[in-house]
Design a binder for this molecule. Structure first.
Ligand SMILES: *Cc1c(COP(=O)(O)O)cnc(C)c1O
Length: 389
């Protein structure tokens, strides 16, 4: 690997050499047939990954653009959404809704916990909601959403399910062909970005709409957007030689390679690997007296928010890790200084995480704690290595 540091933050995540190579391929015209073939392949692979028969969009933008695209094409001004928020990124939908004159109702969990499904049901009974937003893995808290429970409740009430997969897609199951109970109870929109569990550099917004979501778009007379109006992009996604706005040619090369790696590994293998990584990292860090903010049954497979033991100096700890070549992220909002976040997703490997566990133990010992890195590494190894099919 060309990387000099281990970038174990909740995105961007480590980029492998074959993706860098793709990124460095010759920049061609965005209407060149050779580029269009790669763009088409990248879109097709995305469709395969999400198992959707709807429309897929892969455009320049960050995950936030994907969130905006998902919302403005399904919900009109004056209509109502319910935001299920399990942290900072869930809350982002409140701001987005407000920016577009959408009425927003919110169910917020205590940080580290999941929203109670009974509360979702009660809220949905009360009003007519066009859509409900769910953050699959909230990057601020490391809390995962329980789709098995939430999707059936939401669909029963006739609302669209908009799933923010920015920190989950390609690592946690998001199967748009899957029915949750009834035959028409499916996830309607999945949105994501290139730089997290997909493992490609930042810069791409990826969104998939199923037929129900496309019907919702058809009913909106005027979408309050231009770049984010899916009707401007459908012709390009179906024929990438057409022009609407210049696609990020080199990033599309990189994304196509990233998606090749995703599909080669296989979705089931990826889900299992990430599940094992999450469990192994959290168990290993528990050996150091560090506990995850989320309880194990609510914890995301892709990243963990880890509470420091008493008295830990956040800045000194992360500086010591950086010196060793490991970059982790600080915690957000009221947890800043009290926790750190570690990503374990995308093209991150067992070897990297094993090294990270060791480095974290070493850093703690340097800061005056007395922990056993060898024991933590053993604990990690026992859980991290999964049998792949
Ligand atoms: C990172 C993240 C976003 C925002 O993505 P950007 O690429 O930073 O715009 C949104 N939702 C979740 C769950 C995220 O993890």
């Amino acid at each position: 690997m060309r990387n000099e540091e281990m970038l174990l933050i909740p995105g961007p995540t480590p980029v492998v050499d074959s993706i860098y190579d793709a990124l460095a391929s010759e920049t061609r015209s965005h209407t060149d047939a050779r580029f269009a073939a790669i763009y088409r392949s990248a879109i097709d692979k995305t469709r395969t990954m999400l198992k959707t028969d709807g429309e897929v969009f892969v455009i320049a933008g960050s995950g936030t653009v994907a969130m905006e695209m998902a919302l403005v094409n399904t919900v009109a001004a004056g209509e109502k959404i319910l935001v299920i928020s399990q942290g900072y990124f869930g809350d982002r939908f409140i701001k987005l809704g407000e920016a577009f004159g959408i009425e927003v109702d919110v169910l917020q969990s205590e940080w580290g916990k999941q929203v109670n499904p009974d509360d979702v049901e009660q809220r949905l009974v009360k009003g007519k909601f066009k859509a409900v937003t769910i953050t699959h893995a909230d990057t601020s808290t490391g809390v995962a959403a329980n789709l098995d429970v939430l999707v059936p409740i939401i669909k029963k009430h006739g609302a669209l399910v908009i799933l923010d997969g920015v920190c989950a897609t390609a690592a946690m199951e998001e199967d748009m062909s899957r029915t949750y109970g009834d035959s028409h109870h499916k996830i309607d929109v999945v949105l994501t970005g290139s730089q997290k569990a997909i493992g490609v550099p930042p810069g791409l917004a990826i969104v998939a709409f199923n037929k129900t979501a496309l019907d919702a778009r058809a009913k909106i007379e005027r979408v309050p957007a231009y770049y984010c109006d899916i009707y401007n992009w459908i012709p390009i996604m179906n024929d990438p030689q057409k022009y609407f706005a210049t696609p990020p040619v080199n990033l599309i090369y990189a994304y196509d390679e990233g998606m090749r790696l995703v599909l080669d590994e296989g979705m089931e293998n990826r889900y299992k690997r990430h599940e094992a990584f999450g469990k192994a990292v959290r168990a290993a860090l528990a050996v150091y007296g560090m506990t995850a903010l989320a309880k194990e049954d609510a914890a995301a497979a892709t990243l963990s928010c880890i509470l420091y033991p008493e008295g830990m100096d956040d800045a000194a700890f992360r500086a010591s890790l950086a010196e060793k070549g490991l970059i982790v992220a600080g915690a957000l909002a009221h947890l800043a200084g009290k926790a750190f976040r570690i990503g374990h997703m995308g093209n991150t490997t067992e070897e990297m995480l094993e090294k990270a566990v060791l480095m974290i133990g070493d850093a703690m010992n340097e800061l005056g704690y007395s922990v056993d890195p060898a024991k933590a590494v053993d604990c990690f190894k026992e859980l991290a290595y999964v049998q792949v099919t």
